[in-house]
Design a protein around this ligand. Structure first.
Ligand code: AMP
Ligand code: MG
Length: 350
């Protein structure tokens, strides 16, 4: 299959191209498209054959459910059994935006789209091209991130193309994404709302709208005995090809430790990389040093992380060390993804 790549500027949306993209979805094909979080791989959410194609194109296990993207609030009622009060309040504040809600699904949504679950994940993105595309596609676009399974989520159309060219009909290139991390997922089907995946919309933000909100225990720890409630979280994700280890502790100890390891690997002719904050990155003796941005701005690394991981792959880096990036806000989501990329390999220094 030849994949058509089209550029669309968010501020000057070409309606004819959007119509063609929508037509591909309506006739059962797949289109990758930009959102404010990461690029999505879209298919018709109400067509079981389309969802099967998404799993196949991604190489994704079919028990890992897809997020259904809608473009207007009125679209929600057809795909869920009921709309709880919490969903109304969250939508008023955070939709369109990087928040996915888990709700009871209606019979309209095929089991293929929800990985066999009775619940459905729904999000209304804020990206204007995404909204126009979803409307043109019939209003319900199932879309996981547009990467091959196990690869970092794509933040540029170039990365979608690396992973999926030849496997899908079209890629809409909308340039760099705004946020760079996948949406926050909150489950509204089990009494107290539960965060299944952290993201830009933090627990504090959700609690200011809803009152008490819980967090799935598997978000930051590697408790292999516990099954995460978002099935996708159980798979090794976002993994670079090189071996990534996070080093935490007092800054000087971290820098000294990492440099000692780098020197050792150099004698073994291994290509090395480091992810560090703006303030410390120049202190490292790695072959490839990546600036994760200022520690004062937790969203800086969020925007860059997946790109950095892919660049390590492109440069065939074999051994990677990362400073630890904890934070109260989106920093928690960044750390969640970094820990997954590292397979929870962390060394804590005193
Ligand atoms: P992706 O869009 O690639 O980030 O993947 C979608 C994520 O949403 C996966 O981690 C899924 O496990 C999660 N998800 C989708 N639908 C549900 C659902 N009904 N219940 C729980 N998690 C879900
Ligand atoms: Mg994904």
């Amino acid at each position: 299959m030849k994949t058509r790549i089209v550029e669309i500027e968010e501020e000057h949306i070409d309606q004819e191209t959007i119509r063609e993209a929508g037509e591909i979805i309506r006739s059962g094909g797949l289109v990758a498209f930009p959102t404010e979080t990461v690029y999505g791989l879209g298919g018709d959410a109400l067509n079981p054959a389309s969802s099967r194609k998404i799993y196949e194109a991604k190489g994704r296990p079919s028990d890992n459910p897809l997020i259904v993207h809608i473009a207007k609030w009125e679209a929600l009622s057809a795909i869920v059994k009921n709309i709880p009060e919490e969903a109304v309040r969250l939508a008023q504040v955070y939709w369109p935006g990087p928040l996915t809600m888990i709700l009871e699904k209606s019979d309209l949504v095929p089991a293929e789209t929800t990985g066999g679950l009775n619940t459905v994940a729904v999000r209304m993105p804020s990206h204007k091209t995404a909204l126009a595309f979803i409307e043109a596609a019939g209003g319900y676009v199932a879309a996981p991130s547009a990467n091959r399974s196990g690869r970092p989520s794509p933040t540029l159309a170039r990365y979608v193309s690396q992973d999926l060219a030849g496997r899908i009909e079209m890629i809409i290139d909308g340039g760099d994404v705004e946020l760079g991390l996948e949406s926050t997922i909150v489950d509204l089907t089990a009494g107290t709302p539960v965060i299944l995946r952290p993201g830009y919309i933090t627990r504090v933000m959700l609690e200011s709208t809803l009152g008490r909100v819980e967090e799935d225990v598997t978000i930051l720890c590697d408790d292999s005995g516990q099954a995460p409630k978002a099935p996708g979280m159980k798979y090794r994700h976002y993994a670079p090809k090189g071996e990534l280890t996070i080093i935490s502790g007092p800054q000087q100890a971290v820098t000294d430790y990492i440099n000692a390891q780098l020197d050792r690997y150099r004698t073994e002719n291994k290509k090395t990389g480091v992810i560090a904050s703006e303030a410390t990155v120049s202190a490292y003796r790695a072959d490839v040093c990546k600036n994760g941005g200022s520690r004062q701005d937790e969203s800086a690394l969020a925007r860059r992380l997946y790109r950095i991981l892919r660049e390590f792959d492109d440069e065939d880096v074999e051994i990677i060390y990362a400073e630890s990036f904890e934070g109260a806000g989106v920093g928690q989501a960044v750390m969640n993804r970094l820990l997954k990329a590292a397979g929870h390999r962390v060394t804590e220094l005193k």
